[in-house]
Design a protein around this ligand. Structure first.
Ligand code: HEC
Ligand code: HEC
Ligand code: HEC
Length: 443
């Protein structure tokens, strides 16, 4: 396609280009511009995070989603007519993305975040469609059959789920057009609540696994923190002290979304994918708009006290006093990177002092990252990768409980202790994964 357009433009010659220069509308709508715009919308929407597996062809699907009733697999959304979405018309594509209805009329499982995508504008959907049809290579490979046994495999009950919990496109669009303090905050709200589907992980869910709020227009529940995914807890993105982003500046948020790291923390778990496939590709203006919108969100727990650094734990360790519970494990295994004062060497090794991940009510992320480790890959604007080692072979459940208790208590963090039984039960729900990657040295 790119090739055809190129020879077409050269054939036009200089005179014709001059004419085109006086037709800005025609230029803006050219197929090439639309494909580029559609690619950007696909990145802002993170489509590849779920539709491209590691080492697989782009958008060929096959990613496994474990639901309580069995596993489903993401669809092949390359333009292959038999195995992908090549036969979808634009209206059918819009219906699948914004309303969760497949071309054959069956309902999609909400692992596909159509309740958020319902907010996407007609012009973004149009560009997205053009991109998938013209900018993506067809892959003739079927996605695996779903592993949900009959009768749960019947999709028609999902019709009722959609009717009750998924917004209509009209009501979602009305909410997008509510009044905002500034145009940048309106743009940020659109990106976060719509294509970015940040609430799919960062908002609490109800009994039918529906998000309890789909936008900030209905109170302070939206983005107030979600349930653990694969052992990692998506924290509050509101202005909550300690558990949320109250201590993060606009620049901190922009740096985190564009590189997965900043002076306050480092991305891990599902957030690494959200940055890698999504936010790192966004323009500085769009990232700033998202940060300004997030900074405008009132706290969900307005009475939480602010975090203040307390130097007692650092002073004790620096005087050789490791008598506090877990302090010895911390000095032996963690302090080389995260330091005795808990400040780390940001952005390579994140601080643990004042880190919302560490102070969260739910200790799941801490247990899981200590036992399984984590790798932050290089990003286009920050090419170094950083590795936190895994300790499942080295530390017992008791020692993990102790060291997690230490980092939750030290440096003014003042979060509740964790016992060995909690560690063991968290290990059952999210078993340790030992990383294959080798640590990348600092440069
Ligand atoms: C959080 C994961 C996730 C993201 C992000 C995601 N999808 Fe999906 N998508 C899925 C899953 C899972 C399915 C299969 C659901 C099912 O079988 O009910 C699916 C199904 C689809 C289908 C139905 C195709 C068919 O005929 O089976 C289309 C079209 C689609 N996605 C397009 C997109 C586009 C375009 C984007 C980005 C704007 C996107 N998806 C982002 C998980 C995701
Ligand atoms: C697939 C799930 C998922 C999605 C989608 C997701 N996040 Fe996250 N996010 C997480 C998890 C898990 C964490 C906690 C780990 C960490 O700090 O990286 C997190 C952490 C964060 C943090 C750091 C908070 C802290 O205190 O350390 C920010 C900021 C953030 N997310 C913003 C966003 C934005 C903005 C979006 C939408 C563009 C988004 N996230 C989408 C899972 C997700
Ligand atoms: C070799 C250096 C190194 C050592 C040793 C180390 N870590 Fe880490 N730690 C990291 C890196 C790098 C990250 C960020 C990983 C990522 O984002 O994928 C991290 C992340 C974390 C986080 C999440 C904070 C955030 O915002 O990302 C916690 C909690 C943590 N480490 C605790 C510990 C504990 C407890 C120990 C000792 C048992 C330890 N670490 C040992 C390098 C290290």
């Amino acid at each position: 396609m790119k090739h055809c357009t190129f020879s077409f433009t050269t054939a036009l010659g200089a005179a014709a280009l001059l004419v085109l220069a006086h037709m800005p509308q025609a230029r803006a709508d050219s197929a090439e511009d639309l494909v580029a715009k559609g690619r950007y919308v696909a990145e802002a929407s993170d489509c590849s995070a779920c539709h491209t597996i590691k080492g697989g062809r782009p958008f060929a699907g096959r990613m496994e989603f474990k639901l309580p009733i069995g596993s489903i697999y993401s669809s092949n959304i390359s333009p292959d007519p038999a195995h992908g979405i090549g036969a979808y018309s634009e209206a059918e594509f819009a219906r699948a993305v914004r309303e969760g209805v497949r071309r054959d009329g069956a309902s999609l499982y909400p692992a596909m975040p159509f309740p958020s995508y319902a907010r996407m504008s007609d012009s973004d959907i149009h560009a997205l469609y053009v991109y998938f049809m013209k900018g993506v290579q067809p892959v003739a490979q079927a996605a695996p059959a779903n592993g949900i046994p009959w009768p749960m495999s019947m999709r028609w009950p999902m019709m009722f789920w959609r009717a009750v919990f998924a917004p209509s496109v009209a009501s979602a669009q009305k909410d997008v057009n509510r009044t905002f303090p500034t145009p940048a905050i309106a743009r940020g709200a659109y990106l976060v609540e719509g294509p970015g589907h940040c609430g799919a992980c960062h908002s609490p869910r109800g009994i039918a696994l529906q998000e309890k709020a789909l936008s900030a227009s209905t109170g302070t529940v939206f983005l107030s923190g979600g349930a653990p995914i694969d052992g990692f807890v998506p924290t509050s993105l509101r202005q909550d002290q300690r558990s949320g982003l109250a201590a993060w500046s606009e620049d901190d948020i922009v740096a985190f979304l564009s590189t997965g790291r900043n002076q306050k923390g480092e991305a891990f778990g599902g957030m690494t994918d959200a940055v890698y496939h999504g936010t790192q590709h966004l323009s500085p203006e769009d990232l700033r708009a998202m940060a300004q919108y997030l900074r405008s969100l009132q706290p969900n727990s307005p009475n939480a006290p602010a975090w203040h650094y307390d130097s007692a734990a650092a002073a004790a360790l620096q005087h050789g006093d490791a008598s506090a519970r877990g302090a010895k494990v911390y000095v032996d295994h963690c302090a080389a990177c995260h330091r005795t004062d808990g400040h780390g060497y940001a952005p390579a090794f994140p601080p643990l002092a004042g880190n919302p991940v560490v102070m969260s009510d739910q200790p799941d992320s801490l247990v899981h990252i200590v036992q399984s480790g984590a790798t932050l890959p290089g990003m286009s604007k920050a090419p170094s990768a950083f590795v936190m080692p895994s300790y499942s072979q080295m530390l017992s459940a008791q020692q993990i409980a102790d060291v997690v208790t230490f980092i939750r208590g030290a440096w003014g963090n003042n979060a509740s202790p964790v016992d060995a039984a909690t560690v063991t039960s968290l290990q059952k729900s999210a078993p340790p994964r030992v990383l294959e990657e080798k640590p990348v040295p600092l440069n």
